[in-house]
Design a protein around this ligand. Structure first.
Ligand code: HEM
Length: 354
């Protein structure tokens, strides 16, 4: 019987290995890539880092990540969109249609900001959106290195309305919408790690840039910890659709995040992300890889993942914000206890806007 084993990129028959699996090319600028077609991406990374992201995990990174989702989720198995749509750039190409959808409120900002970059380079809008998201996330300490596959064709039509979930949707409706796009409840929770590098401009328009956790430039587990704390205040006016009480001044909480953190179908998945950095990274990376090729045939795309920069490691440890302990947790997972965490020293603080 013949037995194959892969060992550090080598194909091995028993213990005779040949360098057959990964061929690497040296690009004209000296960079190394897994495929010659990926060489065009290196100068784009430099441009995006310097002129779009300022080499930071800031607002343009957050918005670019949100855009990857709002483009890709325009996909539905039940509506017969399984052979198209999805991560195809339709949100940018047919922007006058899709940005008018209620759930896409504010997304026009980043579409407009990215537009000159899209025009400058010979990438499809679908490729550009997913590429910018992956490059941007690499600036966030603690993030996984996201995959990037190149070669999405231009979109043929706008996505229909109501494919993007709203923060006031029920958990049943959110899980059904994601299931219709091919995602399990575990993958929904995995994707929501995105809200650890996120803020809201439009949920309460009186306080734009209000983060969902106390560390919006770190890809950490604070979002999963802080969404489980008892809510006591509104950071702004309150009474906004899709917003519920938050535990911290300067932090806004979505009704959907509140509900997913407490629903019996997702609470234990949510809690499993508390202080489990490598679990968050692995599951987010896998779910994002799936999201980024919705509606596409991955076999026709070229894997350029190795051009994406490696994100810095996280040095901060998971903790309760100052003034909070386990006593402030709304425990929702009956199966396992809430992890023990240290509390940040000092008085209760307020989260600064991004
Ligand atoms: C239940 C599903 C989801 C709902 C209801 C939801 C809802 C929202 C809302 C209401 C905002 C604030 C927008 C604003 O006012 O500016 C937001 C921000 C954001 N969302 Fe989601 N989201 C969901 C899932 C996701 C997923 C799957 C991703 C990415 C994979 C994502 C990434 C982001 C990011 C990065 C931001 C911050 C944007 C910024 O800071 O400008 N969201 N989300």
């Amino acid at each position: 019987m013949v037995s194959f084993k892969t060992l550090n990129g080598y194909l091995c028959l028993i213990f005779i290995c040949t360098a057959a699996i990964t061929r690497r090319v040296t690009c004209a600028d000296g960079n190394i890539a897994s495929h010659a077609a990926c060489c065009v991406l290196f100068p784009i990374i430099e441009d995006l880092q310097a002129n779009l992201f300022d080499n930071e995990c800031g607002e343009d990174v957050h918005e670019s990540l949100r855009l990857t989702f709002h483009d890709a989720i325009g996909f539905s198995k039940s509506q017969g969109l399984a052979g198209g749509g999805g991560a195809d750039g339709s949100i940018a190409v047919f922007d006058s249609v899709e940005t008018a959808y209620h759930a896409n409120g504010g997304i026009d900002d980043i579409i407009d900001t990215q537009a000159p970059f899209v025009a400058k380079y010979n990438l499809s809008a679908g490729d550009f959106i997913q590429f910018a998201g992956a490059v941007g996330v690499s600036n966030c300490a603690g993030a996984p290195r996201l995959e990037f596959l190149l070669g999405r064709p231009p979109p043929t039509a706008a996505a229909p309305d109501l494919t993007v979930p709203e923060p006031f949707d029920s958990v049943t409706s959110i899980l059904a919408r994601f299931a219709d796009a091919g995602f399990s409840p575990a993958e929904v929770v995995a994707l929501l790690a995105s809200h650890t590098i996120a803020a809201a401009d439009h949920v309460d328009p009186t306080i734009p840039g209000t983060p969902f956790d106390s560390t919006p430039s770190l890809f950490d587990s604070q979002f999963f910890i802080e969404t489980q704390l008892n809510g006591t205040l509104f950071p702004g006016t309150g009474g906004n659709q899709g917003e519920v009480l938050s535990p911290l001044h300067g932090e806004i909480r979505l009704e959907s995040d509140f509900a997913l953190a407490r629903d019996s179908r997702t609470a234990c998945l949510w809690q499993a992300n508390v202080a489990e950095q490598s679990h968050i990274q692995t599951t987010f990376k896998a779910a994002m890889a799936k999201l980024a090729v919705l509606g596409q045939n991955p076999n026709k795309l070229i894997d350029c993942s190795d051009v994406i920069p490696v994100p810095p490691a996280l040095t901060e440890k998971a903790h309760f914000p100052a003034g909070f302990t386990k006593a402030n947790v709304n425990r929702a997972c009956a199966a396992t206890p809430f992890p023990t965490l240290p509390t940040d020293p000092g008085p209760v603080t307020s989260v600064a806007p991004v």
